[in-house]
Design a protein around this ligand. Structure first.
Ligand code: C2E
Ligand code: CA
Ligand code: CA
Length: 441
């Protein structure tokens, strides 16, 4: 049956076939060889971190549809979690490379995924046999073996690149230095939803680097470089300026939300940074918040607590980030001028599958309330987790279930839509419904 479909698509319009195999000679048997290409998305894990699980699960099908539109005559389907399988006939062995080149060309430039540009890295393995009496299982096995070799080579190369980068961190730091002044950094905003009020209470700015050749880079890959190369102060001051401008834009659109940004621990003891940050905030009259980890306070508690108090005196709301993931000390927790406690996503993503985590989350919520702090659960990915957190009295939720981090324009659209849904309390849709709508946004 598969073969019939393939033959039909190969013998369909010759004009279309010529697009794929422009050099094919008419006298050759166009079905002399049966080819199979296995294409794996090499950076699937990194992409999934960025676009979220549901969107990542759709990615192989999405790529298969894009490739099908560009390669008529080739059967393309998702195979497994992160791969595509291609089957096609051709007249000569080189047709395998031609199709491979076409696929690579198709995904050479970053592609648009929900309005963001992402680079898709491919690993390719291929096999073929004379189509007369071809054993498809054997071809599939050969393609898998070729893919496995290609994967080893790719990982070897990637490891090489990583070690080069490690030894040449200065080169990356130089690029980053240029990027800060060059409009290559951006803040994406992830809303925090107030559970009882059923509305977006604030949003967290998460930094991305739109690198001219490498595509979008996530903070986990460049914040450590910035910290090591002393660029983190300049970069964070850029983020504060950006958040101030974005907060003004939001307020002008009748969405006077507080915007939070992440502050690295090492900056809490940096008096020059604290002074400049305060100067920016003092002259701005905007609603800002800083997220800091408790671990960063424990490093140099005296100056960290004093500087956090200075920020708080300027009207900046302090949130304790990643609570439970690092070092924790009740003694310091009590002294911090913090108004929010964010429970690390490690506990939230496993909330409904673990026995221990619900107890930890429950007692953390009670502890924070006793210290007069509001609690934010980060990493809310499922309706079940949202329901449980609501019952536990969690004040705010944040996570892919409600929204991924999105650009300012998209955040404004969400907020515009949410405003239509507000109005009388009892007529409001449930939070879950809101979450579904926002997510669809
Ligand atoms: P974070 O502050 O704990 O931010 C939350 C991270 O979890 C973000 O990753 C976010 O995209 C991701 N996330 C959000 N919702 C979910 C969910 O439902 N499930 C899962 N699995 N993940 C979720 P991102 O953007 O890659 O940021 C990673 C870290 O980089 C941040 O962790 C923060 O520590 C740091 N970072 C980001 N922007 C900045 C910045 O401007 N300055 C500094 N110093 N650090 C930053
Ligand atoms: Ca954070
Ligand atoms: Ca966090």
């Amino acid at each position: 049956m598969i073969e019939a479909a393939r033959i039909a698509s190969r013998t369909g319009g010759t004009g279309q076939d010529d697009k794929v195999f422009p050099e094919r000679k008419l006298i050759q048997d166009s079905r002399a060889f049966l080819f199979h290409l296995l294409i794996e998305i090499a950076n699937f894990t990194a992409l999934r971190r960025h676009i979220g699980l549901p969107r990542a699960e759709m990615l192989p099908l999405d790529l298969a549809q894009r490739a099908t539109a560009a390669l008529p005559g080739v059967d393309i389907a998702p195979v497994g979690r992160a791969s595509l399988g291609l089957w096609f006939y051709g007249s000569e062995r080189r047709d395998l490379e031609r199709v491979e080149r076409s696929v690579r060309a198709l995904f050479a430039a970053p592609i648009d995924l929900d309005g963001e540009q992402h680079r898709v890295e491919l690993i390719v393995g291929g096999a073929f046999a004379s189509s007369h009496g071809a054993d498809e299982v054997r071809i599939a096995e050969d393609a898998e073996a070729a893919l496995s070799n290609a994967r080893d080579a790719h990982n070897g190369a990637a490891a090489g690149v990583r070690s080069c980068e490690a030894t040449d961190a200065r080169a990356l730091a130089r690029e980053l230095d240029r990027a800060i002044g060059n409009d290559e950094l951006l803040l994406m905003y992830q809303p925090k939803i107030h559970v009882r009020r059923q509305e977006i209470g604030s949003a967290e700015g998460l930094m991305r680097w739109r690198h001219p050749t490498r595509g979008l880079i996530l903070p986990g890959d460049f914040i450590p470089v910035a910290e090591e190369s002393q660029l983190i102060g300049r970069m964070t001051l850029w983020a504060i300026r950006r958040a101030i401008a974005d907060q003004r834009t939001l307020a002008a659109r009748s969405h006077d939300l507080r915007l939070f940004i992440n502050i690295s621990g090492q900056l809490l003891a940096d008096t020059a940074f604290v002074r400049e940050a305060c100067d920016l905030v003092a002259n701005s009259d905007t609603k800002l918040g800083f997220e800091i980890t408790e671990t960063s306070v424990i490093r140099d508690p005296e100056s960290a607590i004093a500087n956090l108090q200075i920020f708080a005196d300027y009207g900046i709301i302090i949130a304790i980030d990643d609570y439970g993931a690092g070092l924790s000390s009740l003694a310091y927790l009590k002294q911090l001028p913090a108004r929010e406690l964010k429970i690390d996503k490690l506990f939230i993503t496993k909330l409904t599958s673990s026995n221990r985590d619900p107890l930890i989350v429950r007692s953390t919520i009670d502890l924070a309330h006793a210290l007069e702090m509001e609690v934010v659960a980060e990493g809310v990915e499922t309706h079940a987790a949202l329901a449980l957190l609501t019952v536990m009295g969690c004040d705010m939720v944040q996570g892919f279930l409600i929204s991924r981090p999105i650009a300012l324009d998209a955040l404004i659209s969400y907020l515009d839509e949410g405003r239509h849904q507000a109005a009388p309390i009892d007529a409001r849709p449930s939070l879950t419904e809101l979450a579904r709508n926002w997510k669809r946004g």
